[in-house]
Design a binder for this molecule. Structure first.
Ligand code: PRP
Length: 214
């Protein structure tokens, strides 16, 4: 054990899905090896220095906020919706997306002072955006497959993440307006960071070591 290896492993929350694969690939390249076998949601890496929790994307800040996981990899979209206070240790070149207003192909985002109806998973972001723009908005909260809303007539507009654009295209929709770039961050619980800052700094230096990773 080196002086940078904690007596207890650093606890790190990983989000299920696309981002999980990208983060796990980063760890593999840095020699931190682990896997979630047989649908297990907790994994220890081979060195015993890191314990990983596989959580639902939108629950990740909750685990870090409560200090259950000291660290986590999380998109700004999810951090915005949670609203908690975290230390952002670093951003990453992968997992970047855009928050956009979208609707049916051939249309456009139009408002003439009336209330705009928008379906979204990101209610806080959407409320704040329209408030800032001074536009009255009715927000319909969905939990997924948001692209269905304009297709089925639930709402003419969605505010959603666009990464490759494949989902919009496949459903005959298009971006009307890009609202914000969304990055992925390594976040820390502030109290946990104070306790383990040496180990955490050694860990971040290790995963950010090569310029190719930034
Ligand atoms: C996200 C987002 C879009 C899709 C965009 O959904 O809400 O639906 O990805 O990605 P693309 O531009 O590469 O097609 P997610 O895959 O997280 O699933 P969900 O619809 O269940 O929220």
């Amino acid at each position: 054990m080196t002086d940078t290896t904690p007596a207890t492993p650093l606890t790190i929350a990983l989000p299920k899905g696309r981002l999980q694969e990208q983060v796990q690939e980063l760890f593999r390249r840095k020699g931190i090896e682990f896997s979630f076998e047989n649908r297990k949601l907790v994994a220890l890496d081979k060195s015993g220095g890191f314990q990983f929790f596989l959580v639902k994307n939108s629950d990740l800040p909750t685990y870090v906020n409560h200090g259950i996981a000291g660290l986590g990899f999380c998109g700004e979209d999810v951090l915005y919706e949670h609203g908690g206070s975290f230390i952002r240790l670093s951003d990453f070149p992968f997992g970047g997306t855009s928050m956009c207003i979208a609707g049916k192909k051939g249309g456009s985002f139009e408002h003439h002072g009336g209330t705009v109806t928008v379906a979204t998973k990101f209610t806080s972001f959407t409320r704040d955006y329209f408030h800032k723009e001074g536009l009255p908005v009715e927000i319909i909260k969905l939990n997924g497959s948001v692209e269905l809303a304009p297709v089925l007539g639930l709402a003419p507009y969605i505010v959603d993440l666009v990464e490759t654009g494949t989902t919009l295209k496949a459903n005959n929709l298009e971006v009307y307006q890009k609202l914000s770039d969304i990055k992925v961050y390594l976040i820390a619980n502030p109290a946990y960071y104070k306790l383990y800052y040496r180990q955490i700094n050694a860990f971040t230096q290790k995963i950010l070591a090569s310029t190719a990773d930034r």
